[in-house]
Write a protein that binds this ligand. Structure first.
Ligand code: ADP
Ligand code: MG
Length: 269
């Protein structure tokens, strides 16, 4: 039976990555950087990808969302989101997936916020695009969401531009955006790496809230096993572009076999 024609029951994974392989054109040759990565994210589940800097974590997430420059990169394999093969979608359909189905939070949140619009307008726009609210309702709901992600004096910050927010506050705004758009999947690529430890913990708590209250599935990328222990149900360990271990987070911690996994674990206090 043709897999594409199969009807997907609701218990199917939100995200299914099959033999993902990404290569870059480097000095006239295709150089594979990510090789044969396969994993799933079930509804409401948080899956971590962990690995040291340069192991291919960001390339994996950017490949899933097709955000790499098309002329110098090649992505092979399959990426199913809610049963649709993202790698086979036309670019205009893919743009809708990025806008509606997936929220992304990066290490530097400025790349995801539009510097020309106020925080309040950006979240309100997202709400208006995803519901039948009036403008006034969207404004009230935006303030409620900003309070929910614990932005102090939320109502008075509605009209401020992104550059007026600190790094930790911008990550809160990104989580607020995800609360507004209610994506199927949140991809967070080192969202806490640039933040102080206390603020890191607060952002992780907000991502957990998003997962618990909205049932959002999360793909969480980090180099930090401590963060993995804190947030992930299951974990994929990457090393030099390859997937060296995959399993329940507790199993990885207690029975992780690959020498690289053991080395990562030995760095956890
Ligand atoms: P991580 O996120 O795990 O730190 P990356 O996914 O950013 O690592 O990078 C994995 C490897 O791919 C690195 O060796 C990096 O230099 C290489 N790489 C990333 N982007 C490009 C690109 N556009 N062209 C060529 N090589 C790249
Ligand atoms: Mg990275």
């Amino acid at each position: 039976m043709n897999t594409a024609a199969k009807i997907m029951p609701s218990a199917d994974p939100v995200l299914s990555v099959e033999k993902l392989r990404t290569s870059f054109m480097v000095e006239g040759e295709w150089k594979p950087v990510v090789r044969d990565i396969s994993f799933t994210v079930a509804p409401g589940e948080t899956v971590a990808i962990v690995g040291e800097s340069g192991s291919g974590k960001s390339v994996t997430s950017l490949s899933i969302m097709r955000l790499l420059q098309a002329d110098s990169s090649r992505i092979e394999g399959k990426v199913f989101l809610g049963g649709r093969d993202l790698l086979a979608l036309p670019e205009n359909e893919m743009r809708k997936v990025r806008g509606n189905d997936v929220a992304m939070i990066f290490q530097e949140p400025m790349t995801s916020l539009n510097p020309l619009f106020t925080i309040g307008d950006q979240i309100s726009e997202a709400l208006l695009a995803h519901s039948s609210m009036s403008k006034a309702e969207a404004k009230a709901e935006t303030i409620r969401i900003l309070e929910k992600v614990r932005i102090p004096s939320a109502a008075s910050r509605f009209d401020e531009y992104p550059h007026r927010f600190s790094g930790g506050m911008r990550q809160r705004v990104m989580i607020a955006m995800a609360l507004a758009t209610k994506p199927k999947l949140l991809i967070a690529d080192e969202p806490t790496t640039a933040l102080d430890v206390t603020i890191q913990g607060q952002i992780l708590d907000l991502i957990k809230m998003l997962q618990e209250e909205e049932g959002t599935s999360v793909l969480f990328i980090t180099h930090d096993m401590g963060v993995v222990a804190e947030i992930a149900d299951r974990t994929v360990v990457m090393y030099r572009g390859e997937q060296v271990e995959t399993g329940d987070t507790a199993d990885i911690f207690h029975r992780g076999k690959h020498p690289y996994t053991r080395a990562l674990l030995s760095a956890v206090p």
